[in-house]
Design a protein around this ligand. Structure first.
Ligand code: WTA
Length: 655
């Protein structure tokens, strides 16, 4: 953890002088969904009663017998309750006054757009649910999804949930090999993909990657392909295995009964990086997840009946699952989804979309905000953004400068900002302002959501005093928490619940200030956060040593102005392999091919040896000092100090 500690200290120092506070306006407070501080006391006094009240907003086929059964570290929420997520997200709205209200507004890349009302969404979901059934997909069967941001993606998820088939979405930026690994771990029966996806006017060959992945996935019986890019797709359809989405739904009925699911039945799996090379299948279940995402969405984003709400995440990540699809739709909200990039056709694209649809609530990532800052204020200044009334961020710590810029240039000093801390594992926002109640401080995620019990502990498990850094833990179960790691319950216990007995270990550093506000300091383990994406150093190291020229590799996340962290790799080549620039490029490409472009290293340094302690541990702290061009820290424990000197020279030569 030594490496993480150094990063934490840097952020702690940087935040030391941050004293600005931004109370919500009286006008905002008066209309807020959470307008009374008593919500915190009420939830703290009886969290189960608080969550039961929230659960009452969901339609249950059979009410629960017990709110929580907590058999550390195994949780069951709403025990005995029966419900269906899609019924709650779609059917109940389609049956009432929201029938003709926009559920999903989709803005496509090359000038396309589409609006699905709750009624239309219901018919599309039902047709596709029937298509899945016709292929033999039954309750409990896993369905893998590898798609771009097209309307068929949420339709596919909702169709799976309707028939009780857990989905496992793999972000479209992942490689064939990453997809194969996830399909095999989940033993998925069907894969849903697209012929291709649009990215800045170019085609991403999803189907081609999927075909490559499908060598060696014996569980897959059928592949359903959405027609998106047409002739420009590179892949052929495989007779007997591949089916076009539009053919399948053509004659499918648009009526489909929702499968009554147990509150604890699996809703989905979502793979995320841990400290080893093997991604973890995070398991989310039905009742608690829906209650948790709907309640947090309602209070944190303060959604109102006629709001247009836009979360800019990709549905391939948990943010898209919880806050593009399930939370908003459970609340009957109009949720906007965008297929493309923020800079295509130009750098004003987000603001043009916000204006076009009159977006009221915008939820994005600090890395995007820092990119907008770099592009300059002239882009947002061109657009009337007066419809915006609330802004949110997620994915990584936000630096106060980016917060202030977001507040000034996007929120025009009228919009509260909610900086929400959470994880794939938590399923829902955990530490966050409530926009009508919390006086925000730039860079702080502020306070635990009502009913959430968070703390910062030192190595020994003692609570740390105000201002000091430590490890973030959660002391009580919460409804949207993950229930296990798919197929690996032992890892679930070891990784999350063993560091501090009785508590959830988040893997993040944090401090609490004198006002009880939480300041997140970044990961304390070997997980990097690159543009808000979680990547383990170990995964990238494994991809590098997989290359025939590489003997050994060490990877670190170095601080980066826009991405938060960028990947630097230190590589020892096999005897006799010349260290060329060409090989550096090849290695970067190799990592992108093995994992996905998101894991491509920014820098590669060659070294005859890696700096190690006498007990052969790689000294990552020194690698970071080198990558960030700093004075080297303590080198006295190094086995061979000359190693560092040579690396240092390479770094300086690069400058
Ligand atoms: C980081 C994304 C600081 C954190 C929802 C966490 C944050 C990891 C914040 C989870 C925030 C997320 N402030 N750090 N507001 N939000 N993180 O699983 O390190 O992709 O552990 O879930 O992102 O990333 P994940």
């Amino acid at each position: 953890m030594a490496d993480g500690a150094a990063v934490q200290q840097e952020r702690l120092d940087a935040l030391l002088d941050e004293r600005r506070t931004f109370p919500p306006s009286e006008e905002f407070r008066r209309q807020a969904n959470a307008a009374d501080h008593a919500i915190y006391q009420r939830a703290a006094a009886d969290p189960e009663a608080f969550w039961a009240d929230e659960a009452a907003r969901i339609d249950w086929f059979k009410p629960w017998d017990k709110v929580l059964e907590w058999n550390f570290p195994w949780a069951k929420w709403f025990v005995g309750g029966k419900l269906n997520v899609t019924y709650n997200c779609v059917d109940r709205h389609a049956a009432g006054p929201r029938r003709n209200k926009a559920a999903i507004i989709w803005e496509g890349e090359p000038g396309d757009s589409r609006v699905l009302t709750f009624g239309m969404l219901q018919r599309e979901v039902n047709r596709f649910a029937n298509a899945l059934k016709s292929l033999g997909v039954r309750k409990g069967d896993r369905v893998a999804v590898y798609m771009g941001m097209v309307p068929e993606l949420p339709i596919a998820l909702l169709a799976c949930a309707k028939i009780g088939a857990p989905h496992s979405v793999v972000f479209g930026g992942f490689s064939a090999e990453s997809l194969r690994e996830r399909i095999n771990d989940a033993q998925a029966k069907v894969l849903i993909t697209c012929d291709g996806a649009w990215r800045r006017g170019h085609v991403v060959h999803l189907k081609h990657n999927a075909d490559e992945a499908l060598h060696g996935t014996p569980s897959i019986e059928k592949v359903i392909v959405v027609h998106r890019v047409g002739e420009r797709a590179e892949a052929a359809m495989h007779e007997g295995r591949d089916l076009w989405w539009h053919h399948l739904v053509e004659h499918a009925s648009d009526k489909c009964e929702a499968e009554p699911m147990d509150a604890e039945d699996i809703l989905y799996l979502l793979y995320t990086s841990g400290t080893t090379g093997k991604p973890k299948g995070i398991v989310h279940t039905t009742g608690g997840y829906l209650v948790g995402t709907a309640a947090t969405h309602r209070y944190i984003f303060d959604v109102k009946e006629n709001d247009v709400y836009w979360c800019t995440a990709d549905i391939g990540w948990v943010t898209g699952h919880s806050y593009i699809v399930y939370g908003p739709l459970a609340n009957g909200t109009t949720s906007l989804m965008y297929e493309g990039s923020p800079d295509y056709p130009d750098r004003g694209r987000f603001w043009q979309i916000a204006h076009k649809y009159g977006v009221n609530i915008l939820y994005t990532a600090p890395t995007a905000i820092r990119t907008f800052m770099r592009w300059g204020t002239e882009w947002p200044a061109k657009y009337d953004l007066s419809s915006l009334r609330l802004l949110g961020t997620v994915g990584e710590p936000i630096n106060p400068e980016a917060w202030i810029w977001y507040n000034q240039h996007i929120g025009r000093e009228r919009c509260p900002i909610v900086d929400t801390w959470w994880q794939t594992e938590t399923g829902m926002c955990m530490i966050t302002p409530l926009p009508g109640l919390t006086a925000t401080k730039p860079g702080s995620a502020t306070r635990p959501f009502p009913g959430i019990d968070a703390e910062v502990l030192d190595e020994k498990g003692e609570r740390v005093g105000p201002g000091a850094g430590g490890y973030l833990v959660l002391n009580k179960p919460w409804p949207a928490m993950f229930r296990t790691i798919y197929g690996d319950p032992e890892r679930y216990v070891r990784q999350y619940w063993s560091r501090y007995p009785g508590r959830y270990f988040a893997g993040d550093g944090a401090k609490v200030d004198d006002d009880g506000y939480f300041w997140l300091l970044g990961r304390v383990d070997d997980v990097m956060n690159v543009s808000g994406h979680r990547i383990s150093t170990y995964e990238v190291e494994s991809a590098l040593v997989d290359h025939p020229s590489v003997a050994e590799a060490a990877v670190i996340g170095k601080t980066h102005d826009v991405k938060g962290q960028a990947i630097s790799a230190f590589v020892t080549l096999k005897e006799g392999t010349p260290a060329t620039d060409h090989l550096k490029e090849e290695l970067k490409q190799h990592v992108a091919h093995k994992i996905g472009a998101l894991a491509r290293p920014d820098d590669i340094f060659f070294s005859a040896e890696l700096p190690k302690t006498r007990s052969a541990k790689i000294m990552r702290r020194l690698l970071r000092d080198i990558a960030e061009g700093r004075v080297l820290g303590d080198t006295t424990t190094l086995a061979d100090p000359a190693v560092v000197a040579s690396l240092r020279q390479q770094y300086e030569a690069k400058e």
